[in-house]
Design a protein around this ligand. Structure first.
Ligand code: SAH
Length: 344
């Protein structure tokens, strides 16, 4: 069997999300604190107001996981009845078990819900899109620089029947960059394609996308692919479908794709800065007022993890710095909350 690495990764992740509870293997920001989803709900409300408060607005989440982010965002949206009434919620999800979890979490929230297995069925119309740790689950291709250019990484079987990495016999003619021999180039074609579709939508109708994910702000060579199982790193070729395969987001590539399709981009800025600008610590203080000492400590601990820069809790880098936030909007929409101070 010879297969392109990105095709292998797409199949492995489809099997993984269809059969496993990902939250047994890794933890995401909305699972750490309810404040994360509430802040995003507040951001969506302000974006809606800046769009002229349309009577109907689609709130789309790509890769909604357990549904907790959307549930927290909808709770925050209730504060503004006009916004809540305008909401038509759409969830883009490929995994049936996760869609069932989302349905449990969201069906009593008083908003219309529609599931989609891909972006193409999202109707035209004003839209706010949220994607937290969605783009990082999309497949990446790898190329290695050799004698005559970039050779694509393939997956094959060793004589013992183990999955092993291999290389295409001929270089790919499509990549023009030069590099030192042995350099690895990771390309997220699927993420760029998804961004192009979203940005093309935003170029026609008012709307905004908020993408939160991890990766460097500017282009870098190297492979960032990682497999995670039971909160530990695993071998990406071992037991496909048993571990979550992710790669850094190439924010520079995503921005380029969005701009080419006619949308405007802001950021990326660090998650910590974004959450602080949207008042996460003030919100935490409010939440703490009715909490006992133990709950207060839990709130402080959770928010430090999400929003305070610097190493904390033994993590190599805090989520506040590792994760970044990118906004993509329709042309003509003014700067959205969190990005006022930044250049496009
Ligand atoms: N946003 C959630 C979950 C992140 S895990 C959170 O922050 O907790 C990634 C999510 O994306 C899962 O819901 C997974 O099933 C979904 N997903 C992965 N690949 C997808 C694809 N190609 N299309 C749609 N959803 C996908």
């Amino acid at each position: 069997m010879i297969e392109r690495f990105d095709h292998f990764m797409a199949r492995a992740n489809a099997a993984y999300y269809a059969a496993r509870d990902p939250f047994a293997d890794f933890v995401t920001a909305p699972e750490i604190s309810q404040v994360f989803g509430e802040i995003i709900g507040g951001w969506a409300r302000i974006a809606w107001e800046m769009m002229g408060a349309p009577r109907d607005i689609m709130l789309v989440e790509a890769g909604p996981g357990s549904g907790v982010l959307m549930a927290d965002a909808l709770r925050a949206a209730r504060v503004m009845p006009g916004f809540h009434r305008a909401l038509d919620v759409h969830l883009v999800e490929t995994s049936e078990p996760l869609a069932a979890l989302q349905s449990q979490a969201l069906s009593s929230r008083g908003v219309p819900l529609t599931w989609h297995s891909h972006w193409e069925t999202i109707p035209q119309g004003p839209v706010i899109i949220i994607a937290n740790e969605f783009f990082d689950a999309l497949p990446v291709a790898h190329y290695i620089y050799g004698a005559r250019g970039w050779y694509e990484r393939l997956i094959g079987l060793s004589p013992e029947g183990q999955l092993v990495f291999g290389l295409a016999g001929e270089p790919s003619g499509e990549i023009e960059m030069h590099a030192e021999p042995g350099t690895i180039l990771e390309v997220g074609f699927a993420a760029r394609e998804m961004m192009t579709k979203i940005a093309a939508h935003l170029s026609h109708v008012p709307g905004a996308l908020l993408a939160i994910d991890y990766g460097p702000a500017s282009f870098q060579f190297g492979a960032s692919l990682q497999a995670v199982k039971n909160h530990r790193f695993a071998d990406p070729l071992r037991d496909p479908g048993e571990a979550d395969l992710t790669a850094y987001i190439d924010f520079a590539g995503l921005k380029q794709a969005a701009q080419k399709a006619g949308a405007v981009t802001y950021g990326p800025i660090s998650q910590g800065l974004f959450l602080q600008r949207l008042g996460i610590f003030e919100r935490a203080q409010k939440l703490s007022q009715n909490a006992d000492a133990q709950q207060k400590q839990a709130i402080v601990h959770a928010l430090d993890r999400l929003a305070r820069p610097g190493p904390c809790n033994g993590e190599r880098a805090s989520m506040a710095e590792l994760f970044k936030v990118l906004a993509v909007t329709s042309p003509g929409l003014s700067k959205l909350p969190g990005f006022e101070a930044d250049c496009t």
